[in-house]
Design a protein around this ligand. Structure first.
Ligand code: HEC
Ligand SMILES: [Cu+2]
Length: 272
């Protein structure tokens, strides 16, 4: 008995020491993030209808972070952003049900993804995928570390990396309520693509060489036109109502995706 007790003493002593060492060097990895218990006492700064994957998503922040961004200050250390994924509730045909405002209705909880920013974090990552001082982690609906998703944690960094100019927070515009607002009309015409309900319309556009194609985002969610090929061309992130133009000089078939939602696909066919 005494022996057992002595061992457990020694172990807890070593643990305390170990924790001190880890805090000083900070090993990079999703294990740094604990499940953000009480996230829903913070600020619900956006609700995103993901038409592409039929999900209803809630985006939660801390009041301090929202205040800082609204005042034009950097996102403070200690900020935790929690994205909660729910199924969109569906009708008999499997289509998402809409509420009176045309928005999705919250269904079953699916999972959580979390970003957390702390001083000195991220130093252990290679430059190509480091996202400042952010760590990423995925949790199951039971609030447990999602081992499968965390194994490919690099995927989080890669997708958020192009948003370095807004401290890697893709939904940053929603912090100031800038993304909400009046609806934007869908335009049609030669060389014009409207983005709505997470679809490019028309999905396939044919233009003559030398034409500048214009994309306008009519969704509450941001999108980003990303033309694939040997040299990838990425438009700026388009908020609701914003447009971008890309000129096509050479005959060919150009496939493009949304840089934020890679399962959104479109094609520009350029003829003589
Ligand atoms: C395919 C690109 C992509 C990948 C991969 C990705 N995200 Fe995101 N993330 C987004 C987009 C787009 C948003 C904006 C909200 C939305 O559309 O759901 C977002 C938003 C977030 C937010 C809310 C704050 C913000 O940046 O807007 C968190 C937290 C988040 N992601 C965590 C993660 C974690 C953790 C992972 C990895 C497990 C991950 N993301 C992987 C595209 C991605
Ligand atoms: Cu998109």
């Amino acid at each position: 008995m005494t022996k057992g007790r002595r061992i457990s003493y020694a172990v807890s002593g070593a643990c305390a020491l170990g924790a001190g060492v880890i805090a000083a060097t900070v090993t990079a990895g999703p294990e740094n993030i604990r499940f953000p218990e009480g996230y829903d006492k913070g600020v619900l700064y956006a609700v995103v209808d993901r038409h592409d994957i039929k999900q209803y998503r809630e985006l939660w922040s801390t009041p301090e972070a929202v205040k800082a961004v609204r005042e034009g200050r950097p996102i403070p250390h200690g900020t935790v952003l929690t994205l909660v994924q729910y199924q969109a509730r569906k009708d008999d045909k499997g289509d998402p049900v809409r509420d009176a405002k045309g928005r999705f209705v919250k269904g079953d909880l699916v999972a959580y993804t979390v970003m957390e920013k702390r001083k000195g974090w991220g130093a252990g990552y290679p430059h190509e995928w480091r996202n400042g001082e952010w760590e990423y982690a995925a949790f199951t609906k039971d609030k447990q570390a999602n081992a499968k998703a965390n194994k490919n944690i690099k995927g989080c960094f890669v997708c958020h990396k192009p948003h370095e100019g807004q401290d890697f927070v893709i939904s940053l515009a929603s912090f100031s309520g800038a993304a909400a607002g009046a609806s934007v009309a869908r335009r049609t015409g030669p060389g014009i693509v409207s983005i709505g309900d997470f679809l490019f319309g028309p999905q396939k556009l044919t233009v003559k060489a030398g034409t500048a194609v214009n994309w306008t985002n009519t969704d509450d969610s941001p999108h980003q036109v990303t033309v694939q090929g040997q040299t990838e061309v990425r438009s700026p992130v388009l908020l609701k109502g914003q447009s971008t133009q890309i000129a096509f000089e050479h005959v060919g078939t150009y496939d493009y995706i949304c840089g934020l939602h890679p399962n959104m696909k479109g094609t520009v066919e350029v003829t003589k």
